[in-house]
Design a binder for this molecule. Structure first.
Ligand code: NAG
Ligand code: NAG
Ligand code: NAG
Ligand code: NAG
Ligand code: NAG
Ligand code: NAG
Ligand code: NAG
Ligand code: NAG
Ligand code: NAG
Ligand code: NAG
Ligand code: NAG
Length: 557
């Protein structure tokens, strides 16, 4: 309950902030270049203290917390965490496992295994494989004789990518669980021969799976499937002619130099093992279903995975961008599904997408969350009685404290790097531009003169606006960079003179306006800054004007 009330207070302040700010309607993507937070940054320190103060009363012995937890936030510039916090509950089996939880303590990560598996898959087999039919790699599915639409998955039409993004319409599991509670008596050949405690072997898995009915037609709606990731594991084995376990150990654990991540059950002495059923869940063998839910890892190693993804360590930047996209919506506006990303859209205070994967297995619950807009992420690992609810609520607290701080730091660093007045050399043409940061996203252009012409006036005329007060210009980084130059695009939101009353009048249409005014083949909204060795701007080219304007004034740090 304490957690809920903290959230409500935070939420109320938070959404009041959001509502107070008029929407500049930015694009999806970063508002500033990635922040490079130093561990001594004051804003970050304040956020860390606030987050600790929110976590401490929830996880403490006086409150009888029965959940052990390791939390870490990280970025790609620092090897050490941006935030780390852990709590050791009283209910640990310290004869078997650790007696003190820290950032190296090993938890089961449940379905976050799917993210490990998919990263390995992309690193080894590439993005193009996702459009292949799965039957190309799995002979049991190739030879399956399809039945009718209601009774059988049309395997010949399922792609690798649809399995990875829960869009194949295949059953959730092939691991039988329910006892007879009013269900009809099964024929002997309907009783699954395996599952718990002995995992099904490959033959048993396909024998069972091929009898399962589809949940939906292919590519109808996302419906979660563990079986899909067991199949992807087999596909990767066929593509690489090696076992998934070997590939996992050499191409992930080895390549990323991880010391606390395991495919097979490691020594319990490394693990966070709650009393009661904890030991059973710790050693529960998922067999070939491991790519869907069997992996063990620590907060430090989950952070290493997150850094590797953000930093394009095992996949090239284009593959990473293609991977980190939604493949379908859910019925929640704030929640989309990728391969197998669970994408949470989050207003801090502009809309950002967090690319996450969470997991639950027995006493263990976990999440890895990445913000591609900030180059940061966080992980939460829990062992105890609270399950997914604890992870979800702590994730809210981390997202609402750390991410706004990083957005602030990104803005502050962008101000130092880019803000000021840029002008043509004296004696030349009368051209200048002034750039600042304000309450909103992106760099704000406050004044813009070209050869004695006020460009705000020119834009007002182009837009059919009555006066320049209706014109705002904000610059956003495009991600296009060369050594020494960085490109931005300006967004100049059109004023349609409409009061938002519904989804059409209220929707954000700036993405349609990018590059819409072109002069001599160059977009009026294209800006390139030249940078010095410290990545601070020395000049800017509003490229449509074919001129470099030199930076005159730098705001103080
Ligand atoms: C990220 O990549 C850059 C350049 O490739 C490298 O210098 C940096 O050390 C990497 N960061 C981490 C945390 O691996
Ligand atoms: C679906 O699979 C069948 C059987 O291989 C094939 O004939 C058909 O062209 C496929 N349909 C699509 C849209 O791929
Ligand atoms: C590798 O290929 C050989 C020959 O086709 C096959 O016998 C073996 O099972 C394959 N190994 C794996 C791990 O797929
Ligand atoms: C791998 O990690 C160990 C410590 O865990 C460290 O001593 C070693 O230098 C690392 N190697 C590489 C290549 O990063
Ligand atoms: C920018 O324009 C504003 C009016 O819009 C004016 O008050 C201000 O002095 C100008 N600043 C510069 C540096 O030209
Ligand atoms: C500036 O404008 C004047 C006319 O107002 C024109 O003669 C001149 O060529 C322009 N200069 C540049 C560099 O475009
Ligand atoms: C430059 O142009 C601006 C905008 O037209 C004008 O206000 C300003 O006086 C001009 N400065 C010079 C030195 O001509
Ligand atoms: C421009 O001004 C006219 C007359 O005052 C008004 O009718 C019109 O709505 C205004 N247009 C915009 C876009 O504000
Ligand atoms: C970069 O920063 C360092 C340290 O603040 C400073 O000594 C150096 O002059 C700066 N270089 C440039 C090109 O501004
Ligand atoms: C919900 C609850 O019991 N919260 C308490 C947890 O422990 C701290 C410190 O012991 C108290 O201040 C909270 O009220
Ligand atoms: C396209 C562009 O603006 N390129 C610039 C990159 O930076 C150098 C100086 O560092 C400029 O001379 C180029 O014009």
């Amino acid at each position: 309950m304490k957690l809920f009330s903290s959230l409500l207070i935070l939420g109320a302040v938070f959404f009041a902030d959001v509502l107070a700010v008029p929407s500049p309607c930015p694009l999806v993507g970063p508002a500033f270049p990635w922040p490079t937070p130093s561990s001594t940054n004051k804003r970050l320190d304040t956020a860390r203290k606030k987050l600790s103060a929110l976590l401490e009363p929830i996880f403490n012995a006086a409150n009888g917390s029965t959940n052990s937890i390791a939390v870490q936030a990280f970025d790609t510039f620092n090897d050490s965490p941006l935030f780390q916090w852990s709590y050791t509950a009283d209910n640990l089996d310290t004869n078997l496992g650790v007696s003190h939880v820290d950032q190296n303590s090993v938890f089961r990560v449940g379905s976050v295994s799917k993210l490990w598996a998919m990263y390995l898959f992309l690193a080894e087999a590439g993005m193009d494989t996702l459009s292949d039919p799965i039957v190309k790699y799995v002979p049991e599915l190739q030879s399956a004789v399809p039945g009718d639409a209601i009774n059988s998955v049309q395997w010949a039409n399922v792609t690798v990518g649809e399995l990875a993004s829960h869009l194949a319409g295949v059953g959730r599991d092939w691991n039988p669980s329910m006892t007879q509670m009013g269900f009809p008596v099964l024929q002997p050949d309907e009783v699954p021969p395996c599952g718990n405690p002995v995992p099904c072997d490959r033959t048993q898995f396909f024998d069972g799976l091929l009898q399962r009915h589809p949940t939906f037609p292919i590519s109808a709606t996302p419906a979660y499937s563990n079986a899909a990731f067991q199949i992807l594991g087999y596909a990767l084995e066929a593509i690489k002619n090696d076992t998934f376990e070997n590939l996992f150990e050499s191409q992930l654990v080895g390549a990323l130099n991880l010391s606390h991540t395991f495919y097979a059950t490691p020594s319990p002495s490394l693990g966070v093992i709650p009393q009661g059923q904890g030991a059973d869940f710790w050693k529960m063998d998922l067999g070939d279903e491991n790519p869907a839910g069997g992996i063990y890892s620590s907060a430090n190693d989950m952070a290493a995975l997150g850094r590797a993804i953000l930093n394009n360590t095992l996949t090239d930047p284009l593959t990473t961008r293609r991977w980190m996209k939604p493949h379908s919506h859910t019925s929640s506006l704030a929640y989309s599904v990728g391969a197998p990303w669970e994408i949470i859209s989050f207003p801090v205070p502009r809309l950002i997408d967090l690319y996450t994967k969470s997991g639950d297995i027995g006493s263990y619950s976990s999440i890895l969350a990445l913000s591609p807009d900030h180059g940061v992420g966080f992980t939460i690992l829990v062992a105890g009685t609270g399950g997914h609810a604890v992870v979800a609520m702590v994730a809210d607290l981390v997202a609402q404290t750390i991410l706004p701080a990083l957005e602030y730091i990104a803005k502050d660093q962008a101000r130092v790097r880019f803000a000021g007045t840029y002008s043509a050399p004296s004696g030349g043409v009368n051209s200048s531009i002034s750039i600042a940061t304000d309450f909103g996203p992106g760099l704000r252009v406050t004044n813009w003169t070209s050869n004695s012409t006020d460009m705000f006036q020119s834009l007002a005329t182009l837009r059919g606006a009555n006066d320049t007060s209706q014109i705002t210009i904000r610059l956003y980084p495009t991600g296009l960079e060369t050594p020494g130059n960085i490109s931005f695009r300006a967004l100049i939101p059109p004023d349609l003179g409409l009061t938002p009353i519904g989804p059409f009048t209220g929707s954000c249409i700036t993405w349609v306006t990018v590059d819409s005014f072109i002069y001599g083949g160059v977009g009026l909204d294209e800006f390139v800054f030249a940078l010095d060795d410290n990545l601070s701007a020395t000049s800017v080219s509003p490229r449509v004007l074919r001129i470099d304007l030199q930076r005159q004034y730098r705001t103080s740090e």
